[in-house]
Design a protein around this ligand. Structure first.
Ligand SMILES: [Zn+2]
Length: 205
């Protein structure tokens, strides 16, 4: 019987981040997964095929997305560093939120901004997505510090992010997988009537 490779790397798709499958002869039955960098490390017994491994991953993925910073996801300080880098690259270093943080009470929007307070909140559901996707949502919210509504000026600012279309496709894939349907905007309610940007109902500190 041909042996399976010890390691396999699979590129990110719309539905999941990049995955490395690592097979171990010592592992008998258990399958485990954890976030590693921008991707996911899936540890399986030596005999598990790629298709079987991905079935296990489908089962483990929702839990990985829900889990906290213990999975190695960037914390709020890292989020602030991302925001500085994204602003510097596309909007200018003067565009800085007063605060940016992960929140767990935001399940139908990827992000929200309160322009008057300069505060940005990013949904914990984005923990573990590829960096270009997280950066896109950060960029979109940073644009709201300059322009509150989704008007033509906003669109011009938003379009400065080079991987916008790719990132939106990834987010739509995540929504599709979770059954929430298409959410056209990072900060639009994916459930119920279209939300607008601006003051958010979620508590901010
Ligand atoms: Zn928006």
């Amino acid at each position: 019987m041909p042996s399976l490779p010890e390691r396999e790397r699979l590129a990110a798709t719309a539905a999941r981040p990049a995955v490395e499958i690592r097979r171990s002869a010592r592992r008998r039955k258990t399958v485990s997964a954890r976030r590693e960098g921008e991707g996911i490390l899936l540890m399986v017994p030596a005999s598990v095929s790629r298709a079987e491994a991905l079935e296990h991953l489908d089962r483990l993925l929702p839990r990985l997305r829900r889990s906290g910073p213990d999975g190695g996801a960037p914390d709020d300080a890292a989020l602030a560093a991302r925001a500085r880098a994204v602003a510097q690259a596309h909007l200018g270093p003067q565009v800085r939120p007063r605060s940016i943080r992960w929140v767990t009470n935001q399940n139908t929007r990827w992000g929200s901004t309160t322009p008057a307070r300069g505060s940005i909140r990013i949904s914990h559901r984005l923990r573990g997505v590829p960096e270009y996707v997280l950066d896109y949502v950060i960029h979109h919210e940073l644009c709201h510090l300059l322009e509150a509504s989704h008007n033509a000026r906003f669109r011009r600012l938003e379009a400065r992010y080079p991987q916008m279309e790719r990132a939106r496709a990834f987010l739509e894939g995540m929504l599709h997988q979770s059954g929430l349907g298409p959410g056209a905007e990072p900060d639009q309610e994916a459930l119920g009537p279209s939300g607008s940007c601006g003051p958010s109902s979620s508590p901010s500190s």
